[in-house]
Design a protein around this ligand. Sequence first.
Ligand code: FMN
Length: 339
Amino acid sequence: MDLKTIRKNAREKLQGYCRVCPVCDGRVCAGEVPGMGGAGTGGAFMANVEALARYRLNMRTIHPVKETDLSFELWGEKLSMPILAAPMTGTPYNMGGKISEAEFIEEMVAGSRLSKTLSMTGDGADPAMYESGLKSGAAHKGKSIAIIKPRAQGEIIKYIRKAEAAGVLAVGMDIDGAGLLIMAMKGQPVGPKTFEEVKEVVSSTKLPFILKGIMTPEEAELAVEAGAAAIVVSNHGGRVLDFTPGAADVLPKIADRVRGKIAIFVDGGVRSGADVLKLLALGADAVLVGRPLIVGAFGNGREGVAFLLNKMKDELQQAMLLTGTASVKKVSKDILYQP
Ligand SMILES: Cc1cc2nc3c(=O)[nH]c(=O)nc-3n(C[C@H](O)[C@H](O)[C@H](O)COP(=O)(O)O)c2cc1C
């Protein structure tokens, strides 16, 4: 199935929730949370896309790089690209529910495997959402990563035990979900954590632990100190706090502070392989993609997810050839144009 058909199908199935715009930038869906948009003015979602658009690439074609290496290894797992599917939940209230939660997450996990990468799975207002993610992870030999909301300490640890039993590769917490009203409304309270609480959660498991939703160098350092294996530099797709900057704008200072001490993932507004390359040049080890893969899943199930991931991989490879970048493991800042 081609991209046009995937997008047309998705537009029909996501009607009233996502218009499947030519550029997914948060303009039309501003304020639609629950839904697919960004919180409030939608400015934090737009900031992600705008920050990436501001960076330009230096094109270089007189160099010896004729082959590119896109492979990426994560905790012993060999992946075909440094691009993973972001955790996303809430098909009934965010996506209109034409695909069930269990079906959606299965398409995400399976589609990512078709592209030889991984999907993270999330946690939502109904505990069954988290369970669906674990079920798909287990069905795919544990090739997924479970991300838990900042619930009460005891709850998080229970959720970690379930992830361990499912055999997933890693676990984490989207600590930026601390203010999500929908969780409180549905009797699943969440909130910020003290440093000691973060440490307690991280040290409660032998699995690599990811802290998702880091936007300052200070908190990136706290993540290192708490023993986390990775951070995700993220404003949650602009869905939790209006007026946060774009992830690509805060990434360089965070990378300066913690690169080499912890794996750095980043997400928000990644729409092409060129975006991925920019973020690698700014200091990320890998990126996550969110909303475009919802379009893939609703447009053509796991094949749709794989189609969009492979498209980004092809674009990344092209951009590497045309900037003289041999490997995703070593991307020079010099490929970014400084006016
Ligand atoms: C509908 C929707 C649901 C989401 N659910 C979760 C979730 O359960 N857990 C989580 O950590 N992040 C969640 N996110 C945030 C994504 O993981 C990711 O940070 C964000 O979507 C990246 O931005 P992008 O969509 O512009 O690529 C959700 C995002 C969307 C759009």
